[in-house]
Design a protein around this ligand. Sequence first.
Ligand code: HPA
Length: 280
Amino acid sequence: MVGVDVEAAADFLRDRLPFTPSVQVILGSGLSHLVTQVSDATTVSFEEVPGFPPSGVEGHSGAYVAGYLDGTPVLLQAGRYHAYEGHPMEVVVAPVRVAVALGVEVLIVTNAAGGIDGKLGPGDLMLIEDQINLTFHSPLAGPVYGEGHRFPDMSAPYDPVLQRCALEVAADLGIELTRGTYAAVLGPSYETAAEVRMLARLGAHAVGMSTVPEVTVARAAGLRCLGFSMVTNKGTGLSPDPIGHEEVIEVGRVAGARLGLLLGGVLGRLSATGYSEETE
Ligand code: HPA
């Protein structure tokens, strides 16, 4: 593992966190402000964790925040490492491997994404039902890590039971949530209009620069995953407006509140069922 001793990082966090987390939530671009919604927060910045490099993208503060969202204990990962920053895949997925070492059972991923499906526009929430890896890298290339499989099954990267739970919570809260496929590209340039047309033909509904490596590693380790895309803009060519990182962050800030409500509801249901496979 390049530069990150996962066990040392997990030992360090175990000492600092007030509880053993069952769920880790990765907060994507513009969504880190959701950490303000947890009570009794314990914050550990990435810089403090042995082996973790600083994370430098605006909108990603790079910290773990353990606390209670609507009364449910949760470990928030505010910020992530991206391959486009030049981080090797081992670093990109290190926080997930640490989650596995800590005993996390459910990984909830969120991201900012461009809408490829014409119906998805700024502020819309998409439940990720499947993913397409267009980064042309795999975090699983190389020696098999830990107890993982050489060829993990990817027929259901996003847990169907958790998806149903999220759809029910969204309906209860009156939050519109459409289902779709998330395509991950390397970035950091946004897509050309031709690439957006290609992504639509490939069956993607939203596009972003994260999530797929983390979910791939989580599945290889047997974690159950749930994913949400916060659509911050229409894909290039689908709207006359150019795409800027500032707008991406701003939409996340405004519309992220709905995602916070949804996460609170989902976590409440999960903890009520003891994080079992039978989330009813
Ligand atoms: N493309 C890729 N990543 C993104 C986008 C986009 O349009 N919007 C937010 N993240």
